[in-house]
Design a protein around this ligand. Structure first.
Ligand code: PEP
Length: 247
């Protein structure tokens, strides 16, 4: 399968950044064997849509309802209308700061997939869980609860250890590969053989300097990139490393 590299701009960016990023991206060689996705803040989805050749559009979140009186929410149908192919669901920041539960994550993933979007379901342990050597149990339980009634078609799993997000502290390739193996086994146990085809990507301070070694790991199919994705050249280098890792 081609590598998958997803840029999560979080609540960063502006029309100026989009223009600058697009200009720089156009000057870089076109990549093969990698699916690159950019998830800007929701107000900029329309501006990014179609602006970057070879880059699909994604959203950072979606509502857990189809439509109605839910002020401030954005439905999967709206994301689809704007050209999104992907939506990040259950990012640790949404779980920790907005109390998003595994049950809500599962509903959002069901809605996204029914709408034809690729649902990127995020899971990961805290530092306290890692220090207590509880990471395998915590992540598999969180994953199974987050996938309740979720079909495996158009599903992507992002493993993001909470302690490695935005901290500059990356999981070692061995730590990441071990957890991706645990997740893959869990997906196969849950979905049967079809679970083997679900991309499992890594997120947590991925940068051009560490992307290559991560993508050499058998069970790492790509990356969810925060800070380093705000610069076109560094996101391109990470995508390029993912493409080389699949060769
Ligand atoms: C993320 O936003 O999902 C992320 C992994 O951020 P960073 O790359 O900045 O750690």
């Amino acid at each position: 399968m081609a590598g998958l590299v997803i840029a999560n701009w979080k609540m960063h960016g502006s029309l100026e950044l989009i223009a600058e990023f697009s200009k720089e991206w156009r000057a870089l060689p076109r990549l093969t064997d990698v699916n690159a996705v950019l998830c800007p803040p929701a107000p900029y989805l329309a501006s990014v849509s179609g602006a970057l050749e070879g880059v699909a559009l994604g959203a950072q979140n979606c509502a857990d309802r189809i439509e109605g009186a839910f002020t401030g929410e954005v439905s999967v149908q709206m994301l689809s209308d704007l050209g999104c192919g992907y939506v990040i669901i259950g990012h640790s920041e949404r779980r920790a700061l907005y109390n998003e539960t595994d049950a809500q994550v599962a509903v959002k993933a069901q809605l996204a997939i029914a709408q034809g979007l690729q649902a990127v379901v995020c899971v990961g342990e805290t530092l306290a869980h890692r220090d207590a050597d509880q990471q395998d149990k915590v992540v598999t339980e969180q994953l199974l609860r987050s996938l309740a009634e979720v079909p495996c078609e158009n599903l992507v799993v992002a493993y993001e250890p909470v302690w490695a997000i935005g901290t500059g502290r990356t999981a070692t390739p061995a730590q990441a590969e071990a957890m991706h193996g645990v997740i893959r086994e869990c997906l196969q146990g849950h979905f049967g053989e079809a679970g083997a085809g679900i991309p499992v990507i890594y997120g947590g301070s991925v940068k051009p300097e560490n992307a290559g070694v991560l993508f050499e790991c058998d069970n790492i199919d790509g990356a969810l990139v925060g800070g380093a994705s705000l610069n076109a050249n560094s996101f391109w280098q990470i995508a390029s490393a993912a493409s080389a890792g699949r060769a």
